[in-house]
Design a protein around this ligand. Sequence first.
Ligand SMILES: Nc1ncnc2c1ncn2[C@@H]1O[C@H](COP(=O)(O)OP(=O)(O)OP(=O)(O)O)[C@@H](O)[C@H]1O
Ligand SMILES: [Mg+2]
Length: 155
Amino acid sequence: MFINSFNIQKENKTKIIAEEISKICKKGDVLAISGSMGVGKTTFIKYFIKKISKAKSVPSPSYNIILPYESKISNIFHMDAWRLKNHNEALSLGITEMFDNAIFLIEWAEKIRLLLPNNCLSLIIKNIDNNKFLKIVGNEVWSKRLKNIKKYEEH
Ligand SMILES: Nc1ncnc2c1ncn2[C@@H]1O[C@H](COP(=O)(O)OP(=O)(O)OP(=O)(O)O)[C@@H](O)[C@H]1O
Ligand SMILES: [Mg+2]
């Protein structure tokens, strides 16, 4: 288990880190993004998807719940769990079957935490005073894969 914390007060920092992570992601990766309303979850995912696909816009899937994208690396699914009432509703969408065959990015991941794979990468965005922080938590495999983003770490 490792934890990295980044000051992402400037939106460009969100962009840099999202793009760096997108470059090392592959089919089967699940990224669980949490944080309060309007904190910057969709913005992070927008930079991630735009970097590795030809998508012109990456809207919030809060209405559709899941929006698909394609890239050379893998199918991508962008999910927003905000409107789901319970874990069963997420299960009935078949998301656990999609995890292995896509890069799966989930906003409000805390709402479906029992369904998340153990090897998912957790990203938590928080506003503290006038700053915005991104905390990344993952296993040792993720730690090795993400060694290049450690240089952006600052507290
Ligand atoms: N450093 C930053 N990182 C990310 N977004 C930022 C930053 N600074 C300002 N913003 C702005 O904050 C807003 C964040 O909105 P966004 O839709 O990404 O939040 P969200 O967490 O997805 O909201 P919701 O809870 O409704 O899903 C955007 O307008 C974005 O441009
Ligand atoms: Mg959002």
